[in-house]
Design a protein around this ligand. Structure first.
Ligand code: HEC
Ligand code: HEC
Length: 318
């Protein structure tokens, strides 16, 4: 009896830990503890780079000088984006990449307006954006100067939109077996063709090129494995408001969801970033002045509604 009770408590534990605050913990990835340390001497090169660089993982992860594998593909980078300033203002491109496309655990920041980018840095600084991914931004936001922020904001705003389809969407019942690894990113399990079911309230955002993602290669995008039927359901909600459940997104985000004035673009951006924002606005972890406009949009949305909405947005042409 006692044994049985213990077993059933044990069975419940992961579910409790997973769903304690919301059923969307998967969108707030954290790298597992105890991953093997990278080989200090082994060097790597991104596929197709013409720079001739071969770098160790320590060099690739250098907070103040990460690699730019394709320097010909973007405007000249200002110092704040390329190198940052020790000890607190890390190079923006470390996490957001030189083209601003970012990784699932950070954000795509290209093609946002400079005003919006500056405003968000202030929101981080002022305690208005507080999820588990935010501390790195908060640390920088408290130290960055107006001039540094301005040059970084102008740079990312000058890259009109993602220049290639960075996020590929695959809709279906299953995804390739995958795991959370370095940086909190999801990687395909190698040497297996096994699949895992995609629940209706989950998305697997998986590196399309595992090594490329680890090398911070700005060509190595992601695949969003989204639940069957989610894109269509998301489209219905986004375009009709779902009988008053939410508000048509294009009213504020623009006809093709490519942004309107300082209201950010949504089309083609990664689902993990987008859903964290919907969930944070709903929970109050993201507040601040302009967020008030989003409150009525999110307050009646279920986790599944949010999955459907971001599946649709991520699938749109950036
Ligand atoms: C160490 C990693 C890291 C670095 C370096 C970094 N960021 Fe971020 N950034 C993040 C993360 C993580 C988030 C997303 C937090 C979330 O989920 O809300 C983010 C979000 C943002 C956002 C919000 C995007 C939006 O659509 O609202 C902006 C703007 C931004 N970063 C700008 C910058 C700038 C400018 C720099 C350089 C000064 C920079 N970041 C450097 C990790 C980083
Ligand atoms: C009434 C205007 C309005 C409507 C309607 C609206 N939004 Fe927004 N949305 C905003 C504003 C304004 C912001 C930026 C908030 C800020 O500046 O902090 C925003 C931000 C967001 C963000 C965060 C983006 C980022 O870069 O961090 C997401 C995601 C989002 N909206 C999704 C949606 C979806 C999905 C819909 C439709 C279901 C929608 N919005 C409808 C005004 C609106």
């Amino acid at each position: 009896m006692k044994k049985l009770l213990l077993a059933s408590i044990a069975a419940l534990l992961p579910a409790i830990a997973f769903g304690a605050e919301s059923g969307l913990q998967w969108a707030y990835p954290v790298a597992p503890q105890g991953l093997p340390r990278p080989d200090p001497v082994k060097t790597f090169q991104a596929k197709g780079t013409k720079t001739g660089m071969t770098l160790t993982m320590a060099q690739i992860n250098n907070n103040f000088g990460p690699p730019d594998w394709f320097p010909d593909e973007h405007p000249p980078m200002p110092a704040t984006v390329k190198n940052g300033r020790a000890p607190h203002v890390r190079a923006c491109m470390l996490c957001h990449l030189p083209n601003g496309n970012g990784h699932p655990e950070s954000a795509s920041v290209s093609g946002l307006t400079a005003n919006y980018i500056i405003e968000q840095m202030h929101e981080f600084r002022d305690g208005d954006r507080t999820n588990n991914r935010a501390p790195v931004m908060i640390e920088m936001a408290k130290d960055i100067s107006d001039a540094e922020l301005n040059e970084a904001a102008q740079y990312f705003a000058s890259i009109p939109r993602q220049q290639q389809q960075w996020i590929k969407i695959v809709e279906g019942k299953t995804a390739p077996k995958n795991h959370v690894g370095n940086g909190g990113m999801r990687f395909r399990d190698e040497d297996t063709t096994e699949t895992v079911p995609i629940p209706a309230n989950m998305i697997y955002e998986v590196a399309s090129d595992s090594q490329g993602a680890e090398l911070r290669d700005q060509h190595a995008g992601f695949i969003d494995y989204v639940p069957e039927g989610s894109i269509r359901k998301g489209e219905m909600l986004a375009t009709t408001g779902g009988n008053g459940k939410t508000i048509q997104c294009s009213v504020c985000h623009g006809a093709d969801y490519r942004g309107l004035g300082d209201v950010p673009r949504l089309a083609g951006r990664g689902a993990y970033y987008l859903i964290r924002q919907l969930n944070d606005i709903k929970s109050g972890a993201r507040k601040g002045n302009s967020v008030a406009l989003m409150k009525a949009v999110v307050q009646n949305l279920s986790d599944e509604d949010m999955v459907n909405l971001v599946a649709y947005m991520s699938s749109r042409n950036p």
